[in-house]
Design a protein around this ligand. Structure first.
Ligand SMILES: [Zn+2]
Length: 304
């Protein structure tokens, strides 16, 4: 009887364990695929693999700036090797679009003399969240856990408040802290004269993800206006396909729709839970329901 029961449990447990295990993700920054975007800008494309960022390499005659590191030191090492293939000057700068693990936790692999820039909001994000998200990622698979096993946030060399510009020689990188959107500490990098915008998670093909309680659709929409005013010729989002101004337009349309509809439903007396059900049915074309409800929650909190 006991043996039968055990076998029953095993038989039940096995397919369950199988089905709850999502497709294995091996978030590796690929080498040898670096693309030339403009006269001074290169990108290691993410191939739309989850937990891999599009990594930027901006090369001037004096110095090079890398944007985002990949997940953990092993990926950071791959980024450094790709950077060395295209670099011209000797000085090296590093900035991250935000402090989530796949953007920032490869920084330890960069040379000791790297100038690592952080916004003060990114420092606040690290103080608030620590390695919580890295621990969550590590639970997804042994492979990811291994990538993150010794991960720690590398201290910044320079902490800036709102904005800083680096002259790399022939090319300048304007780095701007955009306030609370995806995180508190989202930064964008605008490369002049190439007019390439590294938009972080603030304008991408995948749906916007609200992961900071202070974030509102109104602020995100104002951010999009600021990005558009830069008149970028190329937009490199931190995930997914690169493109142009349509990435900004896509986010504007999505956020405006949710902001307007949520405010109307709240005004009509609907609760947050009711609003989420109604809009999730209406917006069935958007596949990421968690991100959709996150946007609705932010819009509901913002609405009068
Ligand atoms: Zn993120």
């Amino acid at each position: 009887m006991r043996a039968l029961l055990c076998r029953g449990i095993i038989a039940l447990a096995a397919p369950l364990a199988h089905s709850t295990r999502a497709q294995p993700i091996n978030p590796i920054v690929r080498e040898g695929v670096t693309e030339t975007i403009s006269a001074h800008v290169y990108v290691i494309p993410d191939g739309s693999v989850p937990l891999v960022p599009n990594v930027g390499i901006i090369v001037g005659t004096r110095a090079t700036l890398v944007v985002d590191t990949g997940l953990g030191a092993r990926n950071g090492e791959a980024v450094v090797r790709e950077m060395r293939k295209v670099t011209r000057g000797t000085a090296l700068y590093l900035v991250t679009t935000h402090v989530h693990p796949e953007h920032d936790l490869g920084a330890s692999a960069f040379p000791a003399d790297t100038t690592f820039l952080r916004s003060s909001d990114q420092v606040k994000d690290i103080a608030a969240g620590g390695l919580d998200l890295a621990r969550q990622f590590s639970q997804r698979s042994p492979f990811i856990a291994d990538l993150l096993k010794d991960a720690a946030y590398r201290p910044a060399t320079i902490v800036f408040e709102k904005e800083t510009t680096i002259d790399l020689g022939e090319v300048r990188a304007r780095i701007v802290a955009m306030g609370p959107n995806h995180t508190l500490g989202d930064t964008i990098v605008f490369v002049e004269p190439d007019r390439v915008l590294f938009a972080g998670d603030l304008a991408m093909k995948p749906q916007p993800s609200f992961m900071n309680t202070a974030s509102t659709p109104a602020h995100w929409l104002a951010t999009l206006t600021s990005l558009e005013q830069l008149q970028p010729a190329h937009i490199v989002p931190s995930h997914g396909p690169m493109g142009g101004i349509e990435l900004i337009d896509g986010y504007r349309g999505y956020l405006t729709t949710i902001q307007t509809r949520t405010a109307d439903l709240k005004k009509a007396g609907k609760t947050l839970d009711e609003v989420i059900v109604i809009e999730t049915n209406e917006q069935a074309k958007y596949p990421d329901r968690a991100r959709l409800s996150g946007a609705i929650k932010a819009a509901f909190a913002e609405a009068p």
